[in-house]
Every structure is written in structure tokens, then in C-alpha cells.
Ligand binder design. Sequence first.
Ligand code: EPS
Length: 401
Amino acid sequence: MLPRLRFLTAGESHGPKLTAILEGVPAGFPLDVKKINVDLARRQTGFGRGGRMKMERDEVSVTSGIAAGLTTGAPIAMELDNLDYKNWKGKAIAPMTTPRPGHADLTGAIKYGHADLRLSLERASARETAMRVCVGSVCKQLLSPFDIEIGGYVTQIGSVAISLKETTSVSEYAKRFKDAQKNEFALPDLTFNDAVHEEIKACMKAKDTLGGIFEIIALGIPPGLGSYSHWDRRLEAQIGMALLSIQAMKGVEFANAFENATLRGTQVHDAIFAQENGTLYRNTNRSGGFEGGITTGLPLIARVAMKPINTTLNPIQSTNLATKKPSPTTYERSDFCAVPRAVPIGEAMVAFVLANALFEKIGGDSLKEMMPRFKLLAQNQISNFDLTNEPWFFRYEQNES
Ligand code: EPS
């Protein structure tokens, strides 16, 4: 069975164009192309970027699936030009024979038998994430009529950790998203601006690269999306896969997952309270918005660890596969720290998975059809439950005694 939404990307880092098709989009949703370009620009700006980023000015061209600013229900096709292509087209290029540890150079050559390592690099490159941002930006706009908002910010660059207080407050998260968009490190708290700046500057001086951690948060998600019924219906697992599919991402945790592993159950689980009017609530969100692979209605909190980029000015020891001799890696150019630029990519992947989950849940082919169904979704209200509060006999067959 097909998922409700699906997308494909195509294109290489130094080819003429990048392409994406998003399919399964319902009709009648407002789609503003300018908003896609805003997210694309967020992926391109920031301190610690390399020469390539200064060259590209990503502007999407939407070539199908909208009419007069509304989705039509047809697949949405999008394209971006690689401005760097003209610098490569028809040029003789030096063979690439020394794989960079950490990149797909060696594993790609083993898998595909390429005669030049560059062929793996071209598709493995994070240049492709520009198309994911386009797709995710559309998905954010599909979630927006349901008041679901997705944002993110950096919580660690190298050894500089940004300490944030634990919260379940939607307005606190919304403030962090806004603040992060106002600085070039995507920080939710500017107190750490200088420390992060120094950390990246020192790394550039040392001719090295830096990784870090960022948080992706989704606000306003209704409870009840996803399922525990089967492994691949667990929404937490789908989000984890989507985030780990981004180039250079090596770890994902939901809220305090790794810290929770060091604590006792009574310290970890989010106690359930009821207001007088029957609304259920929690004071903590250490589960990151999921119980049993199903959304709780609390903010989704995913933390993603990004490894340092593997193209380093200071070489790393490797082996030249043509000469079979030891060889240091060679350097053309690269980013020094891409963690702030990874935030809109993480948002994009989460937006895609959530839009798919929501649309699977409510069904429908147009916003008009979907909105009333969305409003009928069960909420965290005691009055929603049909608990009979009567004993019953545990049995599988109706007639079993
Ligand atoms: C990348 C290497 C660099 C990055 C590129 C990803 O490109 P180049 O080899 O042309 O210098 O700048 O990222 C982008 C171009 C982008 O748009 O994100 C790699 O090897 O993954």
C-alpha cells in the first residue's frame, strides 16, 4: 500500500539542476512559493559555511500542482538550478582516487564499482537537501491550516552546549524558533553567541570542521497520530528514520532519551493530571511527545546529532586506490560547520512525516473536506473516553468460557 504522501528527489551536486516531486497532496491548500525560498535561504546562510554556499542562490521553480496559489491535488514538481554547473560543464577534471574517511567515497565505490570516486560524491552530497527543504516547506504549509507549527534551533556546536530549561510551553518554543531565525548560528538564546562564534572561528583557524546538535520541535500536533500496532506504523520510528536519512546525521533522541536511560521510572515518566473540566494535562514532556509510537499532543521534541563534515583542510590519513599507496586526503573546499544550516532540513523531514501521518488519520482530498474531520479528532479530554468501568471476561472467541 502506498503512503499518503511521498516524495522523490533527483540531481547531483554539480549537475545542471535538482528536482523534487511531492505526490499525494490534497487540493485547496494555500501555497506561497516565497515561503519556500525563505526556508531555502535559511539553509544557505550562516557563519562557517564554505565557498560553494556563497556561489549558489537557491530559488525554487514550482512547475506543477498549483493554480492561482492553491494546490490542485496534482503532484507538485519543483526545480532548482545549480549555478556552479557552468564552472564544471565540459571541463577536464582531475581523477579522484583517495577516498575521504567519513564521506561515501569508498563505500560508494565498493557498492557501485565507479571508476572515479567523484561519482559517489555527486549524489551523496548534501546539496540534495535543498530539495528536501522545498518539499518540507510545502508540507509545513499543508500543516499550517491545522495550526501545526514546526521549528528548530541549535543546542550545541562542538563543545559549546546551549543550556535550555525544560518546558512544555508552546509560546516558549515559538519564541525560540523566532530568536533562532534572527542569528547566524540558529541559536535560541543569544547569550551563547560569542562562545559559539569563537568555537567555529578557532576550528576554521585549525583548518578543521565541527559538528553539533540541533532540536526540531513540532507544536499543535493532535494526540493519536501513529500507532503501536506494527513496527513501521510507530510515528517516533518514522521521524527517527527521516532525520537519520539527512547527510551527516548520526544520532536522534526524543527529548531526554539518553538521560532518561540513566534514571528510574518514577523520575522519567510524565505524570497525568486532570483539570476540573476534564482536560488531561502533563507538567513534563520527557517522552518527547510520544507514548507507544503515538503522539501525546505535547510538543514533539527530536534532538539530532550531526557529525563534523568530513572534507577537512587539514588532511586525514587515507589510501590512494589507484596507486595503492598511503595518501592524505586532498581538499577543494567545504563548509567548516553546517549545523545551523541543518535546522531547516530537519524541520523539512519532520514536516513531511507529520503531514503524511495527519493526512492518513483524517483522510480526504481537499482542505474543505479535511478540516471538519480534523476538528472531530479526539483530544485529551476525559469525556472522549468510552470506559464502562465494569468487569469483563478475558477471552478471544465469543463463545469461549
Ligand atoms: C558538499 C560539498 C560542498 C557543499 C555541498 C555539500 O559542495 P562543493 O563540493 O561544491 O564545494 O557546499 O553543499 C551544497 C552545495 C549545498 O547546497 O548544501 C558535500 O560533499 O556533501
